[in-house]
Write a protein that binds this ligand. Structure first.
Ligand code: FCB
Length: 443
């Protein structure tokens, strides 16, 4: 969306776009001119965030009051999260590893199913727990980026209508009212993670109530060769999430100083000749519905992993290829630049890269992928796109929504002993962060 779009000039937006989470100057500070400008390098704006991301259910362990935990016990073909990687108890160590490596930001979530384990019972102790997490991040010099909802909901909520029930938005609002009481010092809040993928998952969950369909359960984040592409999310569910997002965005604004937005999965679709119209339709149903809803937000979270062709008949499955990742997607580090450009164009608001990474067992490949993705990001910034930070997915190898095999982490974890072993990619990303450039980074 061009910046002169009427929506972007709304009073609220003007007020919010001057908000400065880092107290380093207005968010609209132009980038300082680069002295060594080439395709791989740009001068980063003050306070640029360099970090890594996680989600509560994927790392904490024993998220027993959540709908995902319940599903894991019954769904065929799904591995269980169990102890996950016990970050529930070990978050100080996890955060310290990131900070020691040179990163200055950590995105994590707070878990509704823990804060409100039964309806209307808000746990003061769990709010205090997440407050300590925020405090630990701040003490370590990590800017906390907090997600309020990352795919998981309380089990009671799911059992009583879930997101499609009449009370969903009121219930979400009540949780967010409680959660916002602990967000002092948090400069960025994401209301919902990947509402577009989550709309698709909510649609699949509705189908999964049918025992026949349960047998066909498919991980939301894996999409390998022979299987059909993931079904498009129902725009009706998308519209509901837009309503939920808007409702809680206002609460976050009233009760905190945080910039607020949501994080949208970007597929970096590219049209084959003749596929242009199909691309427009699919881009709306998968992405733009959600990106358009970001126009009055303070930022948009961009999440990018791969790119996908769209032909006249629809999305083309990723062809089998030796370079494909562990989740079956094509190796496309260039997707990040495409994603950031598209999100900035549609939303007109500042971009924060909230997820980008690769499922691979080969850490050198992770470094190469990330270096190329950052080149694309810097090129977009050189073209004037306002990007506030880069948060890699993921800090830790973790529970990948039904699977343990794909490893996205900068840090490996032994699932028996919970011993953390930083991979070379963590040191590499930390050195990029310290220097603010790719050129002299180790690795
Ligand atoms: C995204 C999710 C995240 C993780 C990565 C690989 O869709 O937000 O939790 O699963 O994919």
């Amino acid at each position: 969306m061009p910046s002169d779009h009427p929506d972007s000039a709304s009073t609220a937006n003007r007020r919010r776009s001057n908000l400065d989470p880092f107290h380093t100057g207005p968010l609209t500070t132009p980038m300082t001119p680069s002295t060594e400008r080439d395709n791989t390098m740009t001068s980063l704006p003050d306070g640029f965030l360099w970090g890594a991301s996680t989600a509560p259910h994927q790392i904490e362990g024993n998220n027993v009051n959540s709908d995902w935990w319940a599903r894991e016990q019954v769904a065929a073909g799904m591995e269980r999260s169990g102890d996950a990687v016990d970050s529930y108890h070990r978050y100080p160590e996890d955060m310290r590893l990131l900070a020691d490596a040179g990163l200055n930001a950590y995105r994590f979530g707070i878990e509704w199913a823990r804060i409100e384990p039964s309806e209307g019972h808000i746990s003061r102790a769990l709010l205090d727990y997440y407050r300590r997490m925020i405090g630990t991040a701040l003490d370590l010099g990590l800017t906390p980026v907090v997600t309020l909802h990352h795919f998981t909901s309380p089990r009671w909520f799911a059992q009583d209508g879930g997101w499609l029930g009449d009370k969903a938005i009121d219930r979400f609002r009540r949780y967010v009212e409680a959660a916002t009481s602990i967000l002092d010092g948090v400069p960025y809040v994401a209301t919902m993670n990947e509402p577009n993928m989550f709309a698709m998952m909510t649609m699949l969950a509705r189908m999964a109530q049918d025992p026949e369909q349960q047998k066909k359960w498919q991980s939301p984040t894996t999409d390998d060769g022979p299987r059909p592409p993931l079904p498009a999310p129902d725009p009706g569910i998308g519209a509901l999430f837009v309503k939920a997002h808007t409702a809680v965005r206002d609460i976050v604004r009233e009760r905190t100083d945080a910039a607020v937005g949501w994080t949208v999965a970007n597929r970096a679709f590219v049209a084959r000749p003749g596929g242009e119209e199909m691309l427009r339709d699919l881009q709306w149903v998968w992405e733009d519905l959600y990106l358009e809803a970001s126009r009055d937000d303070d930022f948009v979270g961009v999440q990018s992993y791969s790119s996908q062709w769209v032909g006249p008949g629809g999305i083309e499955p990723y062809p089998p290829h030796p370079d494909n990742t562990q989740v079956g997607t094509a190796y496309r580090p260039d997707a990040l630049g495409m994603a950031v450009r598209h999100a900035a164009e549609v939303t007109g608001v500042p971009v924060l890269v909230t997820e980008n990474g690769i499922a691979t067992g080969d850490d050198n490949r992770r470094i190469t992928y990330t270096r190329d993705a950052l080149r694309g990001l810097f090129a977009a910034m050189d073209d004037g796109i306002d990007v506030r930070g880069y948060l890699h997915w993921s800090a830790l190898d973790n529970y990948e929504w039904g699977h343990w095999e794909p490893t996205f982490g900068l840090i490996a974890v032994d699932r028996e002993t919970f011993v953390r072993t930083p991979k070379p990619s963590l040191a590499w990303l930390g050195s990029v962060a310290r220097r603010g450039s790719l050129d002299s980074a180790v690795g």
